[in-house]
Design a protein around this ligand. Structure first.
Ligand SMILES: [Zn+2]
Length: 342
């Protein structure tokens, strides 16, 4: 678990980058990554504070105290995993997932429950694909970097408060949960490594300095923004992301990752996915028209932020327009894709 933990404080960023530059082996992934162009961002959790907002739905349902128990809890203040008599809670999510929340005794019983209740709604905002391997959440005091990996997420509450003030708590949790739930399957996958190579660039300095450890987590957050929250990022930012990592975006598209409680962007959102476009063999003209519809929808959703009913109505209208662009054969294939998904 320690190996995959990561730290976000600026000072560590700098250390990591210096290490990457002075790395000796000529053909190591780090040395190869160092030859790529300067990434557009330092670290992706700092890029946009509104990718996930407090208005987004959460799958978190309930939390119940289950007493105390001895647990080995990694604590970044000590840089080791002492056994502590933690306050334990079971958290339940509306898709049936459960997690054990382990809170350091330093909070006391009431304080421990309050901390669990504070972080769980944010954890429940993450799509299932990021929550799926998170079996435990460790909560300590202290202003130390969060962590992800193994089967858990590490939270230090003074750092959490500063992320809340900065509006990037949910984004940071997504980064950490990517380590827990995505790294093992994807970070060494040959298609992922091929996508890295084909892009010939990294989305952030943090990813470039740690191409095997941080690239999936750094890339996924902004992929998520482009695909599922496009109305929360501006056009310039979207362009920067899609131009820097198009092959990684296509890779994630092809995985069909389960997203609950994050709503899909309707048929039009699906049709914008590289994987679906390839399966339907869309013509360049169809692709261009779909892109135009998508940009127009995103622009209109931006104006309607927080008026969910109107957004749904608008999405339905655009879905209908996008389906009209398809041939009868393509519609049939699209229906088939839906069947498989169920
Ligand atoms: Zn990380």
């Amino acid at each position: 678990m320690k190996r995959t933990m990561c730290v976000f404080m600026g000072i560590v960023f700098v250390c990591v980058c210096v290490q990457a530059k002075s790395a000796k082996p000529v053909s190591s992934p780090k040395a190869e990554a160092a030859k790529t162009p300067k990434p557009p961002f330092g670290g992706t959790i700092f890029v946009c504070r509104n990718i996930i907002t407090d208005d987004d739905p959460t799958s978190f349902k309930s939390v119940v105290a289950i007493g105390r128990g001895e647990r080995k809890m990694f604590d970044r203040r000590l840089n080791r995993s002492p056994k502590v008599n933690a306050y334990l809670f079971t958290a339940t999510f509306d898709d049936g997932q459960t997690m054990e929340i382990r809170v350091n005794p330093e909070f006391g019983a009431d304080g421990a429950m309050a901390q669990a209740k504070k972080y769980l709604p944010y954890i429940g905002q993450m799509p299932f694909t990021l929550r799926k391997d998170v079996q435990n959440v460790l909560i300590h005091k202290g202003k130390k970097g969060f962590g992800g990996g193994g089967k858990g997420i590490l939270i230090h509450t003074d750092m959490g408060d500063s992320y809340i003030r900065g509006g990037i708590l949910a984004e940071t949790l997504c980064h950490e949960a990517s380590h827990t739930s995505l790294d093992q399957t994807h970070s060494a996958d040959k298609n992922w490594l091929a996508a890295q190579k084909a892009d010939g660039a990294f989305i952030s300095g943090y990813a470039r300095g740690n191409p095997r450890r941080e690239d999936v987590a750094e890339s996924y957050l902004l992929y998520f923004a482009v695909r599922y929250k496009p109305h929360r990022i501006d056009d310039k930012l979207r362009e920067k992301i899609t131009k820097t990592i198009p092959n990684r975006i296509a890779y994630f598209d092809a995985q069909n990752l389960p997203m609950h409680p994050v709503a899909p962007l309707g048929e039009l959102g699906r049709l914008a996915g590289t994987d679906v476009q390839n399966k339907l063999k869309l013509s360049d003209d169809q692709k261009a028209k779909i892109n135009t519809l998508r940009l127009s929808l995103i622009a209109q959703i931006k104006k309607l932020e927080k008026q969910q009913a109107k957004i749904c109505e608008l999405e339905r209208k655009y879905d209908a327009k996008s389906i009209k662009l398809l041939t009868a054969g393509q519609r049939k294939i699209l229906d088939g894709l839906k069947e498989q998904k169920r």
